[in-house]
Design a protein around this ligand. Structure first.
Ligand SMILES: Nc1ncnc2c1ncn2[C@@H]1O[C@H](COP(=O)(O)OP(=O)(O)OP(=O)(O)O)[C@@H](O)[C@H]1O
Length: 303
């Protein structure tokens, strides 16, 4: 059974179509990134997965249950983008209260709060009020809150927004460590940051699913991008020639004049072979670039 199944989900806010026929299946395991520009529908998708919102149409299943099913209680945690701590109470008081709401006795709740604060490296803040914490520390406390009760699925909406680079690094390694015990889905604008911690990327744009890229797999592949000066023959003829070169696994064409060549990362010297092939045929190319960025995979297709 998949961790998450979205079947043709649509979400409307009045006349705004925030999600438009999203069908998606995600498995438990290493962290998954959710990326897309402002207004793409990331927060809306999170809210549907947490059961905060209902889809206008389509079906969402988490671990086989509908998203608002009470049997998911304690198995799923969400850290909303604008989550905040109450300035009136100490961190310990607030987290203990939340643990009690999860059904823990006061003794168990206290131990659980100590455990999760320790996990995020901040055991000392238990007696502090939020005003005494830096922005980075508050984000870590919010992560601690999401870890309470050891949920299997944790949704983090922009967990590193507004953090400086050292704090981003700390957050990233905390997530990487906690990811041994739960599946994280993390939304962010920052691809670089996510690439290091996530195994796959779900890409949303204007409410539509643009693709799911497996980063782990693409790491074992090398890429060249050829930009043609002109298209002397049909794209499929050039694709066939490039595909016939040794160690080339796949070639994709991106309009109007660009080919992405995927090959075994272990193979060296393929660039010369590619150039030789193109010049033997008399096909003029403008540029041969080593590699392909994650942006290329997402915005120009992966297969
Ligand atoms: N409560 C709401 N009422 C009306 N429209 C909404 C509401 N929430 C979101 N929208 C609209 O739905 C679309 C998707 O918004 P959403 O917040 O899900 O995007 P997002 O990808 O999370 O954006 P951001 O990166 O800016 O947080 C946008 O056009 C937004 O204006």
């Amino acid at each position: 059974m998949s961790l998450i199944e979205c079947d043709n989900i649509t979400k409307r806010y009045g006349s705004t179509l925030a999600l438009d026929g999203v069908t998606l299946s995600l498995e438990a395991g290493a962290p998954i990134a959710l990326i897309g520009p402002n207004g793409a529908g990331k927060t809306t998708l999170f809210s549907l997965l947490c059961g905060f919102l209902r889809a206008s149409s389509g079906d969402v299943k988490i671990m086989g249950y509908s998203a608002s099913d009470s049997r998911l209680h304690g198995r799923l945690a969400a850290l909303p983008q604008d989550a905040n701590l109450d300035p009136r109470f100490t961190v310990g008081h607030q987290l203990t209260m939340l643990a009690r709401l999860q059904g823990m006795s006061s003794g168990v709740a206290h131990k659980e709060v100590l455990r999760v604060l320790d996990k995020v490296g901040l055991p000392e803040v238990i007696v502090k009020k939020p005003e005494a914490l830096s922005h980075g520390m508050r984000k870590r406390v919010m992560l601690a809150q999401a870890l309470m009760g050891s949920p299997e699925l944790i949704l983090l909406d922009e967990p590193t927004a507004g953090l400086d680079p050292p704090n981003v690094k700390v957050m990233r390694s905390l997530i990487a460590e906690a990811a041994n015990n739960a599946t994280f889905i993390i939304s962010s604008h920052n691809l670089d940051e996510l690439e290091r911690v996530c195994k796959s990327v779900v890409h949303l744009e204007q409410g539509k699913l643009k693709g799911v890229v497996d980063i782990a797999q693409s790491r074992s592949s090398g890429y060249y991008t050829v930009v043609m000066a002109e298209m002397p023959v049909a794209a499929n003829i050039i694709i066939a020639s490039l595909k016939s070169l040794p160690s080339v696994n796949n070639v994709t064409f991106n309009e109007p004049n660009r080919f992405v060549i995927e090959y075994d990362a272990a193979q060296a010297g393929l660039d010369l072979t590619i150039m030789q092939c193109l010049s033997d045929k008399g096909w003029p190319y403008r540029q041969l670039v080593n590699g392909r960025t994650l942006e290329d995979q997402l915005y120009f297709g992966s297969e």
